[in-house]
Design a protein around this ligand. Structure first.
Ligand code: AOF
Ligand code: ZN
Length: 334
């Protein structure tokens, strides 16, 4: 199952809004086939793994390890539970149960009804964490929200004049680009767009650019800002208009500035995950609304002695910390 989990991870950044799934087929203690779900709309992990087995006759004496319950529905591909039954595999070991209403227990039932031995719940907690974007999207009907910021030793995200260029070192900069490639969308507030002028694309890592999102209530931002270039899709949430210009879409918020309304709009666009890169006011709104899942905080070496305070998280679990060069990176979970 650990090997299947490792394979599944290769789908990060390309399978959304589907789950990452890995599958390993074992015959007499030996791996005879494996596969993972590579991209949205592509064949499921079980199909890839079964196709990779050279001697198909061995399948009837094999155990299939799969990180997510095999599907039971006719979607973009035929149901994997049926395929496993048809191949007469001996045993199926399942990591996490699929809470997608299309599947939810039905895959397990198909296998059991056909006389296949089924074991469930192996590494379930770890696998639900691996697929936290998928499960949050399915179960909470909103994108998985990651908050990211960098702060000074004494807890400020920028100086009074919004200068925050001091924050990064080469490690943290590259890590941020990797994080951008892993999520469907990236969001910043008005001041961050104005003072940092971020491109919000992926440069120091290999991967796709996320959908860019900016909040500009009164449409005051200059159109020459990097995030309005037409090379990458952008949504601008505002209080004034709905309008689309090629790759730039203005979306009017009907209910003031509510994080829930924005997340609902993103859900309707199949955005499974979102990383929020600042500023402090916008991050604070997510925290206040209790609509966040993970916070990734870098702490630098300098002290500012004043400036714009970092958001305060009151209720959280500490996930992990890591020293990166001279910076400290800490993960929190809501
Ligand atoms: C995947 N890959 O390896 C498995 C999935 O839209 P479809 O037809 O590709 O079906 C997507 C659903 O299938 C997905 O939400 C999940 O419930 C189930 N299992 N999906 O994309 C896989 N095993
Ligand atoms: Zn399937």
């Amino acid at each position: 199952m650990r090997r299947a989990m490792e394979l599944a991870e290769w789908g990060l950044g390309t399978v959304s809004p589907n789950p990452m799934v890995g599958c390993v087929i074992v015959h007499q203690e030996e791996i005879i086939g494996e596969g993972y779900h590579k991209y949205y709309g592509g064949p499921h992990a079980e199909v890839v793994a079964i196709q990779s087995v050279q001697n198909q006759e061995l399948l009837t004496e094999s155990t299939v390890y799969v990180t997510l319950e095999p599907c039971a529905h006719w979607g973009k591909t035929p149901p994997c539970a049926h395929l496993l039954v048809e191949k007469q595999v001996k045993k199926v070991v399942i990591g996490a149960v699929d809470t997608n209403p299309l599947v939810g227990g039905k895959g397990i039932k198909i296998l059991k009804d056909a006389g296949v031995e089924v074991i469930t719940g192996v590494l379930e907690e770890e696998l639900r964490f691996q697929n936290r974007r998928f499960f949050t999207f399915i179960e909470n009907q909103r994108p998985y929200v990651i908050l990211k910021w960098a702060q000074s030793q004494d807890g400020f995200v920028a100086r009074e004049n919004f200068d925050s260029k001091w924050i990064s070192n080469p490690y943290s900069r590259q890590m941020v680009h990797r994080w951008r490639a892993e999520e469907d969308a990236i969001m910043v507030g008005t001041n961050t767009a104005k003072y940092d002028n971020p491109k919000l694309n992926v440069r120091d890592w290999d991967g796709k650019d996320p959908l860019r999102i900016v909040i500009d209530k009164k449409l005051e931002l200059d159109k020459s800002l990097a995030l309005f270039d037409q090379g990458q899709a952008t949504i601008c949430y505002n209080f004034l208009k709905n309008e689309t210009f090629d790759n730039l879409e203005y979306v009017k918020l009907e209910d003031g500035f509510q994080i829930s309304e924005i997340l609902e709009d993103l859900r309707s666009r199949n955005i499974q995950s979102l990383i929020v890169e600042g500023g402090s006011y916008l991050l604070g709104k997510f925290i206040e609304s209790e609509l966040w899942d993970e916070a990734r905080v870098f702490t630098g070496v300098a002290s500012f002695g004043g400036g714009i305070p970092a958001p305060a998280i009151l209720k959280h679990k500490h996930l992990e910390s890591e020293i990166m060069g001279d910076r400290l990176r800490v993960f929190y979970k809501s």
